[in-house]
Design a protein around this ligand. Sequence first.
Ligand code: B3K
Ligand code: ZN
Length: 875
Amino acid sequence: MDARASANAPKQEIRLADYQPPAFSIETIDLVFRLEDEVAVVEATSNFKREGDVRSLTLDGGPYMSLKRVALNGVELGGNAYTLNRESLSIHEVPDAFTLTVVTELRPKENTRLEGLYFSGGNYCTQCEAEGFRHITYYLDRPDVLARYNVRIEADKAKFPVLLSNGNPGAMGDLAGGRHFAEWHDPHPKPAYLFAMVAGKLGCLTDSFTTASGKEVTLNIYAAEADLAKCDYAMASLQRSMKWDEEVFGLEYDLDVYNIVAVSDFNMGAMENKGLNVFNTKYVLASPATATDADFDHVEGVIGHEYFHNWTGNRVTCRDWFQLSLKEGLTVFRDQEFSSDMTSRAVKRLDDVRTLRMIQFPEDGGPLAHPVRPEKYIEINNFYTATVYNKGAEVIRMMHRLIGADAFRRGMDLYFERHDGQAVTCEDFVCAMEDASGVDLKHFRLWYSQAGTPSLTIKRERDGTDLILKLEQQTKATPGQGEKKPLHMPVLVGWLDADGNEIQPALEGEGVWTEDGCLLELTAAHQAYRFRDVPDGAVPSLLRAFTAPVSLDHDLSPTELAFLVKHDRDAFARWEAAQYMYGDFLLACVAGKANVKDVPSEISTTFSHLLKDTVTDRALLAELLTLPSEIAIGQRMDVLEPSKIFDAREALLAGLAKANSEALTSLYMSLKPGSYDLKQESKAQRRLRNALLRYISQLPGADDVLRAHLDGADNMTDRIAALAMIASSDMADREAVLEAFYTEWQHDDLVIDKWFAVQGQSTRKDAVARVLELMQHPAFKLANPNRLRSLVTSFSMLNQARFHEADGSGYRLLADTIARVDKINPQTAARLVAPLGRWRRMGEDRQVLMKTALERLRAQVESDDVRELVDKSLG
Ligand code: B3K
Ligand code: ZN
C-alpha cells in the first residue's frame, strides 16, 4: 500500500472563498510511535464524529509514507473499502461515530524536507506546521480540527534516552530488547500542526517558574550535551517571557512542564508546539564567546515569540491558513512589545521598521505581493512571509494606537473569553477589539485584504498664522488587485518651535493631542489638518514612531531634517530624519545631480555634532551615524542602480570618515570596552564602537585598527564586526585572518555560519567567485538550512552590489542553487526565490538576465513550493 507511485500532478490553488467547515470532528487521538533503526511505525487511533452531510471520510496524507493497516471500530478494512491516493485516503462508508486505526511506516532518515518526522543530529524530531502531520499519518490535517492527544513513544533506550511529546508526562518504563517507552497526555485540544515528538540523546537544562496563581512549572531546555552551557540565556528569556505575559496580558502558562528542544536542521526559527517547542539551535544557543548582542536579542525575542503563541495561536488558533496572521501578526506584535520592555523601546522600534522596509516593503512592491490575509495559495508554506508576520504586526500595532492601550487589553481579554479553545478568524479578533473599545474598525479592516505599501505624502501650507498639513495617500496596483482604496491609518505628528522645544498648537479637525504627539486619523485619499498659531520656524515631526506602515514623502528641507535629528524627542523620528537627510543626498548623487565629494553642510555639521553628543543613548547614536542601507536607498528609486548606490554610499562614508577622522578616532578610543557583560549600556557601547569602526575602516592605517579590534575582542559582537569589514577589505593578510578564524571556530556550527555570512556579504569584486568556491568548502552543507542561508541568502539579499553584478553571474548562482536545493528541501528552496523576482525594478539589461535565470530555473523545478513562486515572479 504505497502511494508513492501515483501521478504527481501540480497542486491546485486553494481559495479562502471556498472554505467549508470540516465534515468530521475528532475527539481524541492515541498515537504510538515505534522507532526502529531505519523505519518508524506510527499507529494512530482516532475517535471520529460526523458533523456534515457526507458518507465517506477523506483524510489528508502524503507520498512519503506507506500505509500498513486501516481498521474501523477494530475491524481491518480491505482494499475495496477505501481509496488511497498520493495525497489522501478515503474510507468509502463510515458510521456517524467510529474509531479509526491507521498504521503507517515512515523513513525519517530519508526525510531531507525537514517536514513531518525527520532525523537531525542523531535525534528524531517533528515539524508539523503547516501540513507536516499528514506525512506522519492519514488525518484531518487542518487547523480547525482540534483533538486531545495521547502519545506513546517506544525506542532503543541507549540511543534515544529522551522521549518527548506535547502536554504533561505520563507513564514511562523499560521494554524488552533494551528498549523503553514514555507516554504523554495533552489535556488541551489542538490541531495537528501543533503536534510534536522528539526522541534523542540530549542533555537537559532544568529550572522552574512559579505562575502568578502559584503553580510551579518545570522548564527544560534539551540540547546536545556539549551545548548545554549555552542555554542559560534562553532559560532566563523563557522565565522573563512567562512573567511578562502575566503582567502585561494576564496570561498564565497552563501545563506542568514546558519543554524546548534545540535542533540544528530546521527550516524556520522555531515552532510553538504545545508544551514542546522545537527550536533552531540559532535561537537557543548563546554564549558571549560565540553569540553577538544581536544574537542574544534574537534568542530572547524568539523564545518570547514561541511562548506567547501558547495563548495567541495555541489556546486560540486559526480557522484556516488564510488566517495565519491572526496568530503570527499578533504574536510578532507581542514579542516586539516584550523585547521593547526588556531592551530599549526606541531602538527596538527602529530595528523593526528597518526589517519591515528591507523585507516586507520589497515583497509588497513586487510580484509576490499579497494581503495580510491572503485569498489564495498553492503551497501554504510560501505564505509564512514578512507580510503575514511583520506587516500583520503593524496592523495590530495600528489598532493598538487607534483604540489605545487600555482598550486593547480589554479587547484581548474579550478575545480569550469568547474564543478560548476555538479556531477563529482575523475578523473575530477585530470584532473583539471593536466591541471592547466602542471604536468602529469597519474601514480599518481593509488592511487585511488590500496588498501593497501605501505612499503617504505630507505637504505644508501656510495660511496666516495657521499651518495646514495636507495628507495624501495612494497605493499602487499589485498583482490581482488593480483598484486600491484609501486606508484608515493613524498618523502621529509633533511640532517643534525654532528653538527645538516641543509645542502643541491647537488642531482644528479630526485628531487628538496625546503624550507622544498629535494623533491624526487619515481615512480619505486627501485630508487637511489645520494647526492654529504655529510660530515661524516651527518644524513638524512626521509619522512619529512609524505609526503606519507606509512609505512617506514630505517637503522638509535638509536644514529642517538636520534640525529634527538634533532636537526631536521622538527617537524614531530623529533616526528617520537622519535617514532622509543622508538618503536625499545619496539619491541626488546617484542621479548625477550632486557630487558625492561636495557633502552638504547640513550633513557634515550634523555628523560632527553627533560625534560630540554625550546625551543620546549610544545605541541610538550608532544608528544616527549610520547611512541608510543600499536596499533602503534603492526603494526610493524608480529604476534600481545597485552599483551606483553602492559607490555613492561608500564614497560618502569615506568622505565623512576623512572629514571627521580625529573625532571618530578619539570617540572610538574613549569607548574602550570594560569587562564584558550584557547590560543595555554595554551593548549600546559596543554598537556605537562598531558603527565608528566602519568609518575608521576607511582611514589610512585602518588595517591595524581592524586587526587590533578583532584580536582584542573578548566577545563575538566585536569579533564579527571586525571580521566582516576585513572580509570586504583589501587587507594584505585578509585570507590568513579568515583562515585563522575558521580554524579557531570550526567546532562551532553557529560561528562558522557567521564566517560564511561575512564572506557572502563581502563587497569585494570577487564575491561571486568566492561564494561559488565556498559552496565547495567541506563545511558547506546544502541540506542544512542555516548553513545554506548563511552563505546564499546573505549574498542574494544583503549583498546588493555583487548579487546584481552586471554580467548576471549573481543571478545564475542563485538560480542554480535553488534548483539543487529544490530536490532536497523545497520549503527552504522556495525561500530563496524572492530576489530574482524583483526584475521589474531593474534596468533593461539586468531584467533580461534575471528573467533568463528564472526561466532556466522554471525548467528544472520539481516542487510546487518553488514553482508557485517562480511562476508568480515571471508574471
Ligand atoms: N509557527 C512557526 C512557523 C512554522 C512554519 C511552517 N512552514 C514559527 C512561528 O512563527 O512561531
Ligand atoms: Zn509565530
